[in-house]
Design a binder for this molecule. Structure first.
Ligand SMILES: *Cc1c(COP(=O)(O)O)cnc(C)c1O
Length: 375
C-alpha cells in the first residue's frame, strides 16, 4: 500500500501524458510555450477567477503576490504556526515579520477570533504595520474566509490564500484559491493536482495585481525581458509540466470524487474511534491529506507502529509548529505561545489518501486502528 499512489494514476492516463509530452518535444517552446497559456486558461476557468499565473513552485506562487503587494521590512503578515514552512519563509525572505495566530482545534485552520486579537495587539505595540494575512487551507480544508474577510476589511489587510493543499476544495459554490485578493496553489507531485516536478499557480480577479505578478514572475519585465520595470524573479512554470498538468486536470474531477468517497468511508469507520479534522457545513476539503488526532503522543506512536507493522504507511504533518523551528527562533516565540497548534502537533498524523485507495485497504487500516484504540 502506498501513502499517495501516483503510479496508479499514471497507468490510467499514460498514453495521453506521453502524447502531450511528445507535443512539447516537437514544437520545442520549453519556456512559456502554448501549453502554459492553455493551462492558465483552463485553471482560471476551473477556479472561477479572471487571472491564473502559473509559477515554478507553490512557494513562488506565495512569494510573487507578496512582492506585488509591496510587503517588506516593518510589515506584519499574519498567519498560522501550524503549516508547511513555505507559508512563513516567503514572508521572512521579504524582510517582513510573520505574526502568528493560533488555530481552531476543530478545523485546524487559523482561528479568526485569535487572528483579530493578534491584529489589535500588533497595532497597540506600534512596532509593525499590519499589512496582510496568509490563511492556510490546511490538509485541503478552506479556512473561514467569511470571518477572515470581515476582519481583513476592518484593518485594511490584504488576503493571500495559501491554497497549496486545497485545489479542488470549495465553500458553497466558490472554489478554493479564489478567496483572497490572491490565492496560491502548488503542483508538487503529492498535492491534489500534482505535476512531475515543481510547479504552482496564482489566482486573482485583480487586473492590476495580475499585471504586476506576471512581470515579477519574469524578472520584472516591462514590454519584454530586457525592459526591467521592477525587481522580479525567474518564477515560470516549465512548458513540459504544463503539458503534464493539462492531462491531469482533465481527470481531476473524477479523481476528486474518488478521494471524497475515500474520505467519507474513513470518516464513517473512524467515527467514535479517532478524532478527524472537522469539515464545517457547506465546506468541501480537497482531501490532500486525511489527518487524524490520537489521544496523546504515546497513542500516536503506538498507532503508527501497529499500522507500519500491518504494511500501512503514515506520516506526520506537522510535528513541530513553525514558531518552535530553529530558523524562526529569532521571532522570539516560546513553547506555550500557541497551545492549540502545539497540542495538535503532538497528536496529529495522516493516513494513506489517494483516489485509488481500495475499500479493502480502508477496512484493513481502520481495523488496525480500532484494535489499538480499544486496548
Ligand atoms: C506544499 C506547500 C507549499 C509550497 O509548495 P511547493 O510547490 O512545494 O513550493 C506552501 N504551503 C503549503 C501549505 C504547502 O503544503
Amino acid at each position: 500500500m502506498e501513502f499517495i499512489d501516483l503510479h496508479a494514476q499514471q497507468r490510467g492516463i499514460k498514453e495521453r501524458l506521453l502524447d502531450s509530452i511528445r507535443g512539447v518535444l516537437e514544437h520545442g517552446q520549453y519556456i512559456m510555450g502554448p501549453e502554459v497559456v492553455q493551462l492558465e486558461q483552463h485553471l482560471s476557468d476551473y477556479v472561477g477567477v479572471t487571472h491564473c499565473i502559473t509559477c515554478s513552485s507553490g512557494t513562488d506562487a506565495l512569494l510573487v503576490p507578496l512582492i506585488a503587494m509591496g510587503i517588506g521590512p516593518g510589515d506584519a503578515v499574519f498567519t498560522t504556526p501550524f503549516t508547511f514552512v513555505a507559508t512563513v519563509e516567503v514572508i521572512c525572505l521579504l524582510g517582513a515579520t510573520p505574526v502568528f495566530a493560533d488555530i481552531d482545534f476543530n478545523t485546524l485552520n487559523i482561528n479568526p477570533s485569535t487572528f483579530e486579537e493578534t491584529v489589535i495587539q500588533t497595532i497597540e505595540r506600534g512596532k509593525l504595520v499590519p499589512r496582510a494575512i496568509v490563511p492556510v487551507d490546511l490538509f485541503g480544508l478552506p479556512a473561514d474566509y467569511e470571518r477572515i474577510r470581515m476582519i481583513a476589511e476592518r484593518y485594511e489587510l490584504k488576503i493571500l490564500e495559501d491554497g497549496a493543499q486545497s485545489f479542488g476544495g470549495s465553500i458553497g459554490p466558490r472554489k478554493a484559491c479564489s478567496f483572497g485578493d490572491a490565492g496560491a496553489t502548488s503542483f508538487f507531485p503529492a498535492k491534489p493536482l500534482g505535476c512531475y516536478g515543481d510547479g504552482g499557480a496564482i489566482f486573482t480577479d485583480d487586473d492590476e495585481l495580475a499585471d504586476a505578478m506576471k512581470s515579477i514572475r519574469f524578472h520584472g519585465a516591462g514590454n519584454d525581458k530586457y525592459d526591467n520595470v521592477r525587481i522580479g524573479i525567474n518564477g515560470r512554470l516549465d512548458t513540459l509540466q504544463a503539458a503534464i498538468l493539462l492531462e491531469k486536470l482533465a481527470v481531476f474531477d473524477d479523481e476528486y470524487e474518488l478521494r471524497r468517497q475515500v474520505a467519507s468511508l474513513y470518516r464513517g469507520k473512524l467515527d467514535g474511534i479517532l478524532e478527524t479534522q472537522m469539515v464545517p457545513s457547506g465546506y468541501r476539503s480537497s482531501w490532500a491529506f486525511f489527518s487524524v488526532l490520537a489521544k496523546s503522543t504515546l497513542e500516536r506512536t503506538q498507532l503508527r507502529a501497529q499500522l507500519e507493522a500491518a504494511g500501512v504507511p503514515t506520516a506526520i504533518y506537522y510535528r513541530i509548529p513553525i514558531h518552535l523551528q530553529p530558523a524562526y527562533r529569532y521571532l522570539g516565540y516560546r513553547e506555550g505561545d500557541f497551545p492549540v497548534a502545539e497540542e495538535v502537533s503532538s497528536r496529529v498524523f495522516s493516513l494513506p489518501m489517494h483516489p485509488y485507495l481500495k475499500r479493502n485497504d480502508i477496512n484493513h487500516i481502520t481495523e488496525v486502528i480500532r484494535k489499538v484504540v480499544s486496548v
